[in-house]
Design a protein around this ligand. Sequence first.
Ligand code: G4P
Length: 547
Amino acid sequence: EEIEVTSQEHQEAAAGSAKAPALIAREVQRRRTFGIISHPDAGKTTLTEKLLLFSGAIQMAGTVKARKSARHATSDWMEIEKQRGISVASSVMQFDFRDHIINLLDTPGHQDFSEDTYRVLTAVDSALMVIDAAKGVEAQTIKLLDVCRMRNTPIVTFMNKMDRETRDPLELLDELESVLKIQCAPVTWPIGMGKNFRGVYHLLRDEVLLFRAGVESANQSFEVIKGIDNPRLQEMFPLEMDQLRMEVELVNGASHPFDLDEFLAGIQTPVFFGSAINNFGVREILSALVDWAPPPRERDATVRSVEPTEQPFSGFVFKIQANMDPAHRDRIAFLRVCSGRFERGMKVKHLRLGREVKVSSVVTFMASSREQVEEAYAGDIIGLPNHGNMQIGDSFSEGEMLQFTGIPYFAPDFFRSVRIRNPLKIKQLHKGLQQLGEEGAVQVFKPVQGGELVLGAVGVLQFEVVASRLMNEYGVDAVFEGTSISSARWVSSEDKKALADFENSLGHNVAYDAAGNMAYLATSGVNLRLTQERWPQLTFHATREHA
Ligand code: G4P
């Protein structure tokens, strides 16, 4: 449908005219907010770059790649610190495609893998899953998909690197279905692979898109041949076409036809084959996002659910990132807009603090640079500069008490005990860890018995970051040491006596987190299972909601 918004209308909407609801509705309708889930090296960076090139948001290949190598040149935190500007800018990329506004949220991987990676997925409306077709489903993809499943996020799948020797496509779909427990609906089907990769057959459009390697420009177009029985195809690929027809018959018989409702419910994923590095299949992905992926939907808050088209502004913070100047404890809180219209300079209410704040120096994230935002709608991400007075999960509104839910903390996979060299700094240590904990940089557990604090993270670089920030921002020289803990679960129960008994008998392994929630710190998977069996009155949770 045609979406046209004039600046006249925007001005009127800003002035609170009767046209505002229609304007907001249209702006919501044309937004798509998604993240990419993939295992390192599957091609996320390459694909991101091609998406930006395609949309015209960047002109030059290599831009995103350069950011990535700058970021990963070293795992030295001081170096990473220098790159903070880069990582803030590439955290959210906004671009236009076919009259739609697309927000692509980076899910940090490699050494940057952290709880942020998970939490970003709570702020998106859909996800693009990139799979290396030579490798199939890999560990990190499984974890990230589990997070998507918490909100039934619709997933589009891209089977990448078809220009290489890959695994059998049917086998790949099988693996997706059995390992990820998601129905696959192939939309394009590959013709050959590696040196013999000829292109893809579009099952819904009955046309073949011919592959051509190695063009880096944005406006690369691939030749399309209509109809699988087209004699030209038979002429061009006498060997491959019989095989293709056989496979298509198999696929049509054995796999699920694409069903928009099942996709939107997160039950089914449309699957596309291609090669990101060759720009091949990228346009199809963008079209799928625009045509099929949902615009912003209602979000749950404690009191009610909030429609994106409601006129009053609301949103929540899903990520906090230390900014350029550590000396000023300068941070940017990433806020996802959930409803209404945000305008620079407007007053919004910080609900946890019960305080009005005027947000004048807000940043938005265009693909090419970090820019000042003038206005934003549901689905958009805005960056609020702050000095440590914001926490993950904080909600903002024009006054109504709306605490958004579904922004979880995730049980850590890595643990360290923390010790300081100078005991006089214990207060600073606690203050630093409290604030870094609130920011979501790390999780802090205080065991009921035994004095040493335990830190938990989902990615090991988090510890390095925390050690460096404790030193720079709080003047604390902390030493992190390995512990015997291998996993953590939050514990709850209606049965208060059982909880107290649990705490008394397992004091060394029971701890409280920064928000005062009880957790069990297990020494092994077996230990966790046995404890769960022994305490059937208690519930063990792998995630917890923002307090
Ligand atoms: P990531 O962000 O998911 O970690 O992956 P990234 O895009 O960096 O891609 C990982 C490697 O896979 C890169 O090679 C990249 O060039 C390659 N790659 C991505 N898409 C394709 C594709 O469609 N076909 C083929 N053959 N390769 C692809 P590298 O050698 O690690 O880096 P570089 O030296 O090419 O930069």
